[in-house]
Design a protein around this ligand. Sequence first.
Ligand code: GDP
Ligand code: MG
Length: 663
Amino acid sequence: MTFALAGNQNSGKTTLFNHLTGSNQHVGNFPGVTVERKSGGIIGHKDDVLVDLPGIYSLSPYSSEEIVTRDFLIKGKPDGIINIVDATNIERNLYLTLQLIELRMPIVLALNMMDEVRANHGSIDTERLSERLGIPVVPISAAKKEGLSELVSQAKAAAERRALPTRIDFCSAGPVHRTIHAISHLIEDHALRINVPERFAATKLVEGDAPMMDALMLSENEKDMIEHAVKEMEDEAGTDREAALADMRYAFIEEACKACVTRVGESKEYRRSVRIDSLLTHKYLAIPAFLAVMLIVFWLTFDVVGGNLSGLLGAGVDAFIGAVDASLINFGLNPVMRSFLVEGVLSGVGAVLGFIPIIVSLFFFLSILEDSGYMARVAFVMDKPMRKIGLSGRSLAPLLIGFGCSVPAVMAARTLSGRRDRRLTVLLIPFMSCSAKLPVYALFTAAFFPRYQALVMISLYVGGILLGVLSAYIARKTVFKDAPLPFVMELPNYRFPSVKTVLRLMWDKAADFLRRALTVILTATVIIWFLQSFDARLNTVADGSGSMLASVGRRAAVIFRPLGFGDWRVSTSIITGFMAKEAVISTLAVLTGGAAAGLQSLFSPLSALSFLLFTLLYTPCVAAVGVIKRELGTLSAMITVLYQTGFAWAAAFIVYRVGMMFI
Ligand code: GDP
Ligand code: MG
């Protein structure tokens, strides 16, 4: 049997999903984390599948990830719905519940976050609530794993018995009530034909839902009758159609909550959040506070924690490679084979492995910021400045995810409602320094700017953002002239970050990086080693400059000479960087023997800087381009590749030429 997990954003759906299925989906105290549906088998019930859906507030969707949810509920025909409701915010959450009940499917309400309700000395009479709504209600705490087995057995029981909600009518007598009944009568046959519950169809028509109107294939005459009835209802109720329905639902919810929910004032989490927000979302202090927080995060990552650990790990990796090399020489292995193992495989992969600590610690801090609820504030605070460049606060989440990897970032842009907002956001994602660029920065800054390492790194991050802002500004003045959609986001309460979520995210990042090191990077280094060890007739070459690779690299190098790095080895690394940006490092390690002295023979500090800027900006890797193509089409993907590469060339050129004037 298939169960759909539906609920508002940030109500704990993914937390519940992870516990019930043993999966590892990303949980975040930030609305809009889940953008695709994910399914998984329920532990202990191996024939039952649970589907985690993006959060929605109603069944009248606006953005594309809301459509995912609605389509799955209506067309996917799950055997049952588990409606998860945030008990600390029960009135708003029940608004969706009432609409789900209209779908006439077996449904169980999972009343989540009961731990917080209890901690605030509140209580909810679940039996009475269940009577009012006509569906089973199970109190749970997804985070504390309370009530989960009860929930599963209730959901299974309801689905097996095909138990439908016992109540279908939430109206109080009045014009809205009469209109819904009249319309459901009128469209009964049409609804039956397309297999949607007539009452659900009727409320959608009262709301004025155009897709439903089309799906029902009504005659002109019937459409007129409906519009007429709705017009009459609006006149009588004195509000427009959507508000009339919303008023009706909220009246019911208010009644029900008055009877079932006992609350002792505001929750202490809420009061604490308001106190913290008086500082962090303060009119003048908010943005300096954000900058200070980011500065601390980067400083801790690059200088204090990650930097030192990376140094240690890097030294360990070098020692290991040295030991292997020595023992292979001792053993008397064929020199070509030894070169393959040591210079091809080990030094290529080893060159990127050392950077795991930096990446993991950056994500450690970012996930703490996200899980505590701070990132939602940042989106809220940044909404106004972002409007100046044609974006809204909602674009901030995808852009921040872009610091990790462009692939999920582009996907996260689905939470944006309009195509215009989505395209502009995706255009900016490559300007964020993804975690694959980090090893390049770290290696070069250590070799060329040892005293100012953290400063140069932060400048690259900030520089990327500023150049992105510049691009957005240009785009706004030329192609994307209309204003972004308005942005409303509720601020979740601050929560203490869950250790498990943070650890899981760190592990995910490390595992992801390792996987890439062992697949893409390994393949790239082996190919590079092969191409640089042989000439076109497959004879081994004494040094790389006679190899096949050198002749290709030399041709490409012409393009990069004006930027200060015209050596064939550098242009080769830029080409392999298109596969994955870390490959820039592994390629240079294979081609220069891996020592810092090798790098210093290829670059001056100035050309190193120009190279870093070029690496930051030039086309995102194949994987990212692929996902842009999938989300927005081939044209957008091509524009991204060309625009980024052109922009990178120009920026590196300017930095190098201007720098030359001062040296
Ligand atoms: P989704 O957006 O509905 O998928 O919600 P998530 O599963 O991502 O959870 C949102 C936030 O609520 C996270 O910070 C969770 O740690 C937190 N959370 C989830 N369930 C509970 C619960 O039962 N009690 C408490 N106190 N927090 C919870
Ligand atoms: Mg989720």
